[in-house]
Design a protein around this ligand. Sequence first.
Ligand SMILES: Cc1ncc(COP(=O)(O)O)c(C=O)c1O
Length: 387
Amino acid sequence: MNDVSMLGQMPPVSPEAITIDFGRNFPPPSPLVQSALTDTFAELGCANIADAIRFPRFMGTVGDREAGATWLSQRLGQKPNVERVVLANGSQSILAMLMARFVKPGGVLLAEELTYPAIKPLSALFGIELRPVSMDVEGIDPASLDKACIELGANARALYCMPTLHNPTSATMSDARRADVAAVARRYDLWVFEDDIYGILPEQAPPPLSLHAPERSWYILGLSKSLAAQLRVAYVVGPNSDISQDVFWPGVRTTNWMVAPLVAEVASHWLANGIGSEILRSVRAETLRRRALAASILPRRQITSSEFNYHLWIDLPEAWPLNAFVKAARESGVAVGPGESFAVNNQQGDRKFRIGLGVPPDQDQLVRGLKAIASLIDAPADRELNQ
Ligand SMILES: Cc1ncc(COP(=O)(O)O)c(C=O)c1O
């Protein structure tokens, strides 16, 4: 499930009426993706790709994991041992494997009180209880995590978190905060599932939390939010090679089976030949352009300071109930992500909504959508409430 799950919570409006989609969260389109695909298929075609990818690709080939390890070194500071690295069909697939293995039915998964919406149905699927941990401007509050672990005792099994450019708030933990959170995880013997899918967007970001507790951390870096939504491959680095292979070997227990060979082939090619880095640079540049447009149209205080982030977490204007605002936006042809869909058993999202600046295909749509949101922010809510 993608953030599209949020649409289920919105009042029905015919899909044709939605012309501008701020509800989902994809990287802005890079003009390099189409040409890279054309070149790659031409090159791979010459090399008889059909035969090369005919075989199962459990956990990724050594070449896949080599290319992935080099990509991961941008965040981890050095190349992890390739035997610790596994490729999968997206971060979601990795999370399903980790939850089934380490949290298990009846166990508790701790998560930021606002979290990636798919975590909610995913935990429900596995009979796992999701427990919110309070956040501040830096993300997880270590004291709140500590308190929850005391209350839950041995049922607290793992922490799912997004320490860099958290979805939806954009909160980023300082290095000291990462060390504090890791210390709590160690104290209560929690596994850590670190989702760094947006963490590679900033040119500079603190090193992953996993480095503070490598013996218990699963570091996950997907490509679909930094390079292209079309390239849905994710890498996970386990605490050591034995456990990585034990958890992801397909004969054991699996929702993942193996990474889709064609997509893995393309991803490895792009990471190895440098086009991946070029696409990332173009995504960053387009993000800056889109954020500048947003800053010129929306009230300034609504633009979070993390400059390479393409999602904005916006305050609902005081007079508006969330549902009425989301409905009014949809009736103006604009989808936004209601804050409540990110909240774990609490009201943290009741006065917020998220807009993803990456989905509109061009500047014209982006500007029209932003103007529609800006005029709703200025409009009196009574108009909607009285209808
Ligand atoms: C925080 C976060 N993690 C993971 C994903 C999905 O990642 P993937 O495409 O690698 O499964 C999303 C998508 O919305 C997300 O926001």
